[in-house]
Design a protein around this ligand. Structure first.
Ligand code: F6R
Length: 605
């Protein structure tokens, strides 16, 4: 969601700004723009709706000279995706780019209108430019004017300012949304994340909440929320870990699906060594009376799967909620309970707010996050990396399976700490987990069959996904993937719930995808499947060889999965969910890596 870049460089910065914005594309956006200060001190900007190629075209016809500049990819919040609403916003000598939401913007808008100023766009960001320009008009320096404006802003935001006549000054500020300062040789940078900055520098300072930075080519002076100078560490980042390329695949998502055996192996090797679980010492579930699991979207579905494991293996009572509900429903939380927040980006505004709600009410907060430098990783008592590597495809794939792997290890740890599993039983479960990368590798071969099935699914208006137990959230994830990637309406249901309403939807035009390994609940799922087929429903059964043999009769199609994975077989079934959605999207010609309206890290609520 929205990407920010800023450069005080030694060459023309427009091409570098666009290059960095390209690296931020994965976050999701619907317009883009850049502003520069040229050698004569003039501030100019170019903006374009749609993909970055439109902005690049614009820059070919209307070049933007200058060695200082800021750039932005915008995901529309206040106001439609139009050029007038695209960033940078400029008023007088001030240009601003912004990620997040200024919550008191209506009040501030009324205030600037009462000062005789007229906003030209519908955005909250323009108000920041207007207020800063007004303060400069009153005789304040750019720094004083930006500070006076920042003091008035409520909400979560990351901001970068550039000023006419100031070719050696950028101001950056962060409250909530992430922002990093990059240190070069005689050059300085700001960016939404290390991925954007990695072509320019590997030395990065992450601003903390409430910080603002006055940046010149000579360096950055950082001030904390109280306005006092703050010493923030310069971190050396591993540029290799920020490489983003498709590795020969047609889409990032295809690459990320195929990477799952390797990254799942990495995650498991990190937490299981010599047949034993290795976790920070503070993790002991013996006295935990309840576990609250929170996330959004796919991360929430990972938490849903994990609930089955924590309850059935560890006997640990669990509460579960989507973060946007949890944060406002004022749930009473026991001081002996733990709360776990699952997030790929670690920046999702609702999940972060849910963590902040819980942190002084529970005994411990745990972040299960992919981005180790994220706000959730920093703010949780314990942060556990999921080690999926950078996920560029907006729709989550490898991040989901790695979340599941880490949650599975935690559930086994809890089961052992609570005396529900002996050493030997725990070891047997760990062996099942360690077998998963190999089984996942075999599972990748379902890609070809999913491609063949895609022409059928791509014709459908609606698709249902059914599962039971831990496979129920996998069915929900399958439906979410199909919706996101192919824009086909899809719903996931607990298969036992079908006859309580959704069965009314069944006819010969509605494909029904059933995920059902041959486990204790298999026969029940097959009965539900029969109910569908009795009403001419067209079933795709996804099961292991034994399950297909026992339940495959009368289905329209089946996909054979490897058997294995024990209690954690659900992890394998994520793969056909991903490939069905992926190939259906390719068949329909939609934008697989950047589906419409979606953003990778959702930093607004
Ligand atoms: C779906 C997807 C989203 C995210 C959700 C939470 O494919 O990617 O549903 O799972 O926006 O994001 P994180 O995990 O970054 O908190």
């Amino acid at each position: 969601m929205c990407g920010i870049i800023g450069i005080l460089g030694s060459h023309e910065v427009s091409p570098q700004l666009v290059e960095a914005l390209k690296r931020l594309e994965y976050r999701g956006y619907d317009s883009a723009g850049v502003a520069t200060v040229d050698a004569s001190g003039q501030l100019n900007r170019r903006r374009a709706v749609g993909k970055l190629v439109n902005l690049s075209d614009r820059l070919v016809h209307e070049p933007l000279p200058g060695h200082a500049g800021i750039g932005h990819t915008r995901w529309a919040t206040h106001g439609a995706a139009t050029e007038a609403n695209a960033h940078p916003h400029r008023r007088g000598p001030v240009a601003v780019v912004h990620n997040g939401i200024i919550e008191n913007f209506r009040e501030l808008r009324d205030e600037v209108i009462s000062l005789g100023l007229t906003p030209e766009s519908e955005t909250d960001t323009e108000i920041v430019a207007l207020m800063t320009a007004w303060h400069m008009d009153q005789g304040n320096s750019p720094v004083e004017a930006a500070r006076a404006t920042l003091a008035r802003l409520h909400g979560a935001f990351a901001l970068a300012f550039l000023f006419e006549g100031e070719g050696n000054l950028m101001i950056a500020a962060r409250k909530g949304s992430p922002l990093a300062v990059g240190h070069g040789k005689g050059e300085m940078f700001i960016g939404s994340d290390a991925v954007a900055l990695s072509p320019f520098t590997d030395r990065i300072t992450y601003l903390e909440d409430g910080d603002h930075a006055i940046i010149t080519r000579e360096g950055a002076e950082i001030f904390n929320a109280a306005g006092a100078p703050a010493n923030r560490e310069i971190q050396q980042i591993d540029v290799g870990a920020t490489q983003i390329d498709k590795g020969g695949y047609r889409h990032f998502m295809a690459k990320e699906i195929a990477e799952q055996p390797a990254v799942l192996g990495d995650a498991l090797s990190h937490y299981i060594k010599d047949g034993r679980i290795v976790l920070p010492e503070a993790i002991n579930f013996a006295d935990v009376d309840r576990l609250t699991l929170v996330g959004c979207g796919t991360a929430y579905y990972a938490a849903c799967v994990a609930r089955y494991w924590f309850e059935s293996l560890a006997g640990l009572p669990c509460d579960l909620d989507v973060a946007s509900e949890f944060r406002y429903r004022e749930p009473p939380l026991s001081p002996k309970s733990w709360a776990m927040f699952v997030s790929q980006s670690g920046e999702t505004a609702d999940t972060l707010a849910a963590l902040h709600y819980a942190r002084d009410k529970v005994a411990k907060t745990v972040g299960v996050v992919n981005v180790g430098t994220s706000a959730i990783a920093r703010d949780a008592d314990i942060a556990l990396p999921t080690l999926a590597g950078i996920e560029v495809g907006v729709a989550s794939s490898k991040a989901f399976t790695c979340q599941l792997a880490v949650l599975a290890v935690l559930a086994l740890k809890a089961a052992h700490d609570r005396g529900r599993l002996t050493d030997a039983e725990q070891r047997a479960h760990l062996e099942d987990l360690r077998a998963l990368p190999g089984l996942l590798n075999q599972t990748l071969s379902v890609s070809d069959e999913c491609r063949s099935l895609a022409s059928w699914l791509s014709e459908a208006q609606d698709v249902l996904y059914l599962g039971r137990g831990p496979l129920y959230p996998v069915a929900l994830e399958g439906a979410l993937k199909l919706k996101e990637l192919s824009y086909i309406h899809a719903e996931g249901y607990a298969s036992g719930e079908l006859k309580h309403g959704p069965i009314a939807l069944i006819d010969r035009n509605v494909p029904v995808v059933v995920v059902a390994p041959r486990d204790a609940l298999f026969d029940k799922t097959v009965s539900n499947m029969q109910e569908v087929m009795a009403r001419h429903g067209q079933v795709l059964l996804i099961s292991d060889a034994e399950g297909i043999e026992k339940g495959g009769h009368g289905t329209r199609a089946s996909l054979t999965m490897p058997s294995g994975g024990g209690a954690f077989a659900a992890i394998l079934y994520a793969v056909p969910m991903q490939y069905l959605a992926y190939h259906t999207a390719v068949a329909k010609g939609t934008d697989v890596d950047q589906p419409r309206n979606l953003a990778k890290s959702v930093t607004v609520e």
